[in-house]
Design a protein. Sequence first.
Length: 464
Amino acid sequence: MLFYEPLFLTVFPAVYAFYLLATLASARKWTLLVVSTLFYLWGEPVFVLVLLVSTALDYALSFHLNDPTPPRARRLALAIGIAGNLGILVVYKYAGFLADNLNLLLAPFGPNRIPLLHLALPIGVSFVVFEKITYLVDTWRGISRPAASFSDYCLFVLFFPKLLAGPILKYHEMKDQIASPPAVRWSDFETGFLRFARGLGRKLLIADPLGAFANQIFAADPTGLGQGQAWLGLGCFTLQIYFDFSGYSDMAIGLARIFGFKLPVNFNSPYKAVSMIDFWRRWHVSLTRWLTENVFFSLPGNRTSVARRHLNLIITMLICGLWHGAGWTFVIWGGLHGCLLVINHLWKWPLGWFSRVFTMLAVIASWAIFGASDWRAARELLTGMAALRGVGSFDTQGALAIIAMMALATIGPNSQEIVARTRARLFAINPYWWAPGLAALWIFGVLMFLARKTESNPFIYAVF
C-alpha cells in the first residue's frame, strides 16, 4: 500500500479518527503498532513474518551486547545479528545478481547453472535492514540501550510513515516518542497535513508525468537518440527522481507529524548543492550518515594516510551504489560519485555559480548511469548527450518546461520553508474558517488520483 493510493487516502481518515480517541499513551502505541503491521501486511504478507522473526532475534541479541556479557560473546552476538540482517538482504535482493554473475564466470567450465530464486523484492527492505543493523551496532557501542519492550522495538521497525523509504532512524533518537507517543496537537495536524499535501502534489502532478516521458527514453533504443532527446529524457529523469524522493520524504514526515511524531529531515534541496560533498549532505541525509558511521569509519586506515582515506571513501560509495540496486550500473554510479568526492576533497573549487553548475552537470550525467538498464545503454545515452550522433529532434516546449522546473528545484524554496510560510499565514486566520478547506483538499487528492490519466509509478526509492 502506497501513500497516494485511493485505498490509503480513504481508509486513513477513519484510522486517524480512531487514533485520536486513544487518550492513553499505551493505547496510542498499540494502535500505531497494529496499524503499521497491517499496512505492511497488505503489501508484503509473506515477508512480514520473516521481518517479525528477525526483529525478535535483534531484540533478544541486544541484551547480550553490553555488560555483564563478556566482550567475546558481545562480538559474537553482534556478528550473528548483522549476519542475519544482511542475509535477508542478500537472499531477497542480491541472490539473482550473484547467481547471474557466478553463472557467467562458470560458463566456460560446463553447462550447469546456479538456479535463480526469483523472489519478489519486499518494499523498503534495504531501509528496514539498515535500521535494524544500526540498532544493534549502537547498542554494542553503548550509544543506545536495548529497547524497553519488544513492542517498542517492533513499532520502531514497522512505524509505517517511514517504512517504505526512510528516513533511516536511530532507536535512541526515537525511543521516547515510541515508548510514549505524544498526544496530537492541532499544530501537529496542521503542519503534517500541509507537508503531506505538498508531497502528494509533487508525486502525482510532477514526478509521475515526468517519469512517463523518462521511461520512454530509457526504454527506447539508445543508439537512435540524438542530443535533444537524450538531454530532454535525462532532464525528465533528473527532475522525476528529485520530486519523487522529495515528495515521498514530505509525505513520510507529514504523516508522522500528523500523529505527533517528529522525524528528521532527509532531503534538503540537494540540487542547490555547491559541491559533491555538499550534495551528499543534502541528498538522502540519513543514508549518508549511516554509511559514514557504519562503513567509512569502520574501514581501517582512515588516519594512516590521505590516500587510504580516499580509497575508503570510494569503497563506501561503491557499497552505496550496490545498496541502491543489484546491478553493475548502480555499482558504477556509486564508484563515480566516490571518485567525484575524492576530486572534491583534493580540489576545493571556489564556491559560487560555477561550482553549482559543475556539480549539477556531474549529478545529471551520473543519473544516466543510474537510470539505464545496463552499461551499454548508459554509454549510448551519454554519447547522445555529447552530440556524437548529431543533435536530432528537439522539443522546445518540453525543454522550456524542464528548465522552469529545474529552476524551481535549484532556486525555489524547499518544503520546510514553504510549510513554515504557509503555517504563519494560516495561524493568522481562525481555524474554523480554513479547516474545512483541508478536508476538501484531502478529498480533492483522492478524486485527482482517480481521474488522472498518467499511470502511477511506485516511489523510486521504495523498490531499493
